[in-house]
Design a protein. Structure first.
Length: 319
């Protein structure tokens, strides 16, 4: 039997089947037609565990021989013998820190949440080598999260928290795959962890929800309470923030993260620009006619806070 290697990639001078995947080299071997039903693959890809071309060329023959042997014996790819490649310091913590350090398209608040998820997974797995992450470990981690109450509330984690953790780890695995640190033909172990089994009922959150819109009377009562209590450390900031939240319907972080340049007084109305958000729909301009906005803008101009954020720390520093 003649076993064919796949065609070369867009890399002049490389041996057939050797290609650069992410920052590491890998070897791709085509499975003969008569063995595809047994192996379950049309091709087998094996990472060589190195970013150095010379080292990849040195390891290629041994890896190729092992793959060909596995094919002729009718083994599935997971049964093929891995090359004896010394493990590098590609631990969960090192790679997670590298990912978050190099990610310039993730908001700082999202990075904080992602780092917390990764540290939790690190504690559960024991900071293992990323090559040892598998589906069984991922499923065990999710079950561990479901059984562990929140440190803040003491209640089981909500579906939203679990989904956030699952999305973080799935993205983390895609980065590892891009770097060539995990088996390229291995399915993402963190995908669809929360998907229900066929025939299983959708589980409801047992926690009691008491969310409802704030009434006008409640908002006015709160504003009056703030106005009458001069002993409050951030009395003015609280008053301004509550009024803005009530009138605009914005999130608290959207209001407190605004700069003076984001507030545009047009005379008959005031425009508040929100340039950053988790989604494109959240990037918007809020139009409002409110005396309190005008008072806020004038106060900032008088205190020469151009370019500084409208946060409690800033108000405290000038008050």
């Amino acid at each position: 039997m003649n076993v064919r290697e796949s065609k070369p990639q867009n890399r002049v001078g490389l041996p057939r089947g050797l290609f650069l995947r992410g920052k590491g080299y890998a070897l791709r071997v085509a499975v003969p037609t008569e063995y595809q039903d047994i192996v379950g693959k049309r091709e087998i890809v094996r990472g060589l565990g190195t970013q150095d071309l010379a080292e990849a060329l040195k390891r290629r023959p041994k890896v190729l021989k092992e793959i060909l042997k596995a094919i002729t014996e009718g083994q599935i790819p997971s049964q093929a013998v891995r090359p004896n490649i010394p493990k590098q310091e590609n631990t969960l913590r090192n790679t997670a820190d590298r990912w978050l350090a190099e990610s310039d398209g993730i908001n700082n608040s999202t990075k904080v949440r992602y780092r917390q998820h990764l540290r939790t997974f690190e504690a559960y797995s024991g900071n293992i080598q990323v090559a040892d992450i598998n589906r069984s470990l991922a499923l065990g981690f999710i079950e561990h999260l479901k059984a562990t109450p929140s440190e803040r509330t003491g209640q089981p984690l909500s579906g939203r928290s679990l989904q956030s953790c699952q999305s973080c780890l799935a993205s983390y695995w895609r980065v590892l795959d891009h770097w060539g640190l995990v088996e390229p033909d291995m399915r993402n172990p963190f995908s669809s962890l929360l998907r229900r089994v066929a025939g299983q009922r959708k589980k409801k959150d047992p926690r009691v929800k008491k969310l409802r819109p704030v009434t006008r009377d409640e908002a006015q009562t709160l504003l009056q309470y703030i106005a009458d209590n001069s002993g409050l450390k951030y009395q003015f900031e609280m008053y301004v923030t509550v009024r803005l939240l009530w009138v605009t319907g914005c999130r608290l972080n959207e209001i407190c993260s605004r700069y003076l340049k984001d507030i545009d007084d047009r005379g008959d109305h005031i425009r508040i620009s929100i340039p950053q958000s988790k989604t494109e729909a959240g990037i918007r301009d809020v139009m409002i006619v409110e005396v309190i906005i005008r008072e806020l803008s004038e106060l900032l101009r008088k205190r020469h806070l151009v370019g500084k954020r409208v946060t409690p720390s800033v108000w405290h520093s000038v008050g």
